[in-house]
Design a protein around this ligand. Structure first.
Ligand SMILES: C[S@@+](CC[C@H](N)C(=O)[O-])C[C@H]1O[C@@H](n2cnc3c(N)ncnc32)[C@H](O)[C@@H]1O
Length: 373
């Protein structure tokens, strides 16, 4: 989930029928109703018209705001946690890969906070994994002088086979999900078609799948279930690399902790919720992250699992409140207020402190994980 600012207005003009809607309609005409995952993949990642390909969606002028953009303390705490873990694991050369780095703010704050940790900067090589050309360019402009060994990649497959730390904030919730609905006849995939009468995209249920028809029979009809094959595949890759070469992953997202039998797909545009099937490519789409299934994948690879814990608890344990007090010491009144407000949004249960969760996995079963102790 993205965290919209509670603000009115900012709606951009949208053409009556966007290029991307044409492309989606053509695909439906050729293949029949498409899966929710296909819709999400096209709306967010179409090489030319996808949401992330064309814009910087973050901040006041964009569609939503994320933790690193709210306060520098977020990236600083993650940096201190990873540098501490690196020391506990014996130091030495290591890759540091960020998935979906947005504007590069988290990495900039992480690097600034760790520059005095002896040997850390000399030991890391940074890999920014980003599919959006617009955001990769912004990241480059922000970070080009921050570290001498930094490269941009489009996928985890391109990473070198090294000991590695992964960090990802609000990355997994952007990966395409499939949705299923329990019916009297069995489980049916929810698909999307063009409703000619209403002149809109609309949902339709596929025939119950034979493989799925008998499973989950205790779930009441009408229940929506979700799966994110893309997230599972990325998690398998991260876990495999960490298991083979050593390292850890720190994943922060909005997600659920148990079975989630409801529709979590949502769209946000200009800091307002937006109809999911309206204006593909013009609104951000996210679904809640299924943390238990990601943790189970890491466990199958033999990794140690920490959390998920609420973001507020995690940041507080790492010293976010003390850090805010330090920053406030040499600040003006206005700055002090802004620092306190930023911290409050990150850790307060009424804001992002409880909704967002942190999951850590590591190859090291002995030396613990900073922020989870
Ligand atoms: C919601 S933004 C989060 C940005 C940043 N982590 C932050 O917290 O501000 C999602 C990020 O993931 C990137 N992204 C989305 N899908 C991706 C994919 N399949 N592979 C790599 N990056 C992706 C987007 O371009 C963007 O940088």
């Amino acid at each position: 989930m993205r965290f919209p600012l509670a603000r009115e207005g900012q709606n951009k003009h949208i053409l009556a029928m966007s290029e991307l809607l044409h492309i989606i309609r053509e695909k439906i005409a050729a293949e029949g109703p498409i899966s929710v995952a296909d819709y999400m993949a096209l709306a967010l990642g179409h090489p030319e018209h996808g949401y992330y390909q064309k814009r910087d969606p973050l901040g006041l002028k964009g569609d939503f705001i994320t933790s690193p953009e709210i306060s520098q303390i977020f990236g600083e705490m993650l940096g201190v946690a990873l540098a501490d873990l690196w020391q506990r694991m014996g130091g030495g050369p290591i890759s540091l890969a960020e998935l979906g780095p947005g504007r590069g703010t988290l990495m900039a704050d992480l690097l600034r906070a760790t520059k005095n940790i002896r040997g850390f900067h000399e030991s890391i090589t940074i890999h920014m994994i980003e599919t959006s050309p617009v955001l990769a360019h912004q990241q480059y402009l922000k970070l080009r002088d921050a570290h001498p060994r930094m490269e941009w990649l489009e996928s985890v497959e391109e990473l070198p086979e090294n000991k590695i730390f992964f960090v990802a904030n609000e990355f997994f919730d952007a990966l395409p999900i499939r949705q299923y609905v329990m019916t009297e006849e069995g489980i049916c995939e929810r698909r999307i078609y063009w409703n000619d009468t209403r002149q809109t995209l609309d949902y339709v249920l596929a025939q119950p799948s034979l493989a799925l028809a008998k499973s989950g029979s205790k779930i009441p009809p009408g229940t929506v279930m979700e799966q994110c094959p893309a997230a599972r595949s990325v998690m398998r890759q991260l876990s495999g690399r960490i298991a083979a070469h050593g390292g850890a992953a720190l994943l922060i997202d909005y997600g659920y902790l148990g079975e989630a039998y409801h529709d979590t797909l949502q769209a946000v545009k200009a800091h307002q919720f937006h109809p999911v099937l309206k204006d593909p490519g013009e609104a951000d789409l996210t679904a809640h992250v299924d943390f238990p299934s990601l943790a189970a994948i890491a466990k199958e690879s033999g990794l140690a699992i920490y959390g998920p814990v609420p973001q507020g608890l995690y940041l507080t344990r790492l010293g976010a409140t003390l850090r805010a007090e330090m920053l406030q010491r040499n600040a003006s009144d206005a700055q002090r207020t802004a620092i306190a407000a930023g911290l409050d949004r990150l850790i307060s249960p009424q804001a992002m402190g409880e909704l967002f969760k942190v999951l850590a996995v590591t190859s090291d079963h002995v030396r613990g994980m900073p922020g989870f102790e």
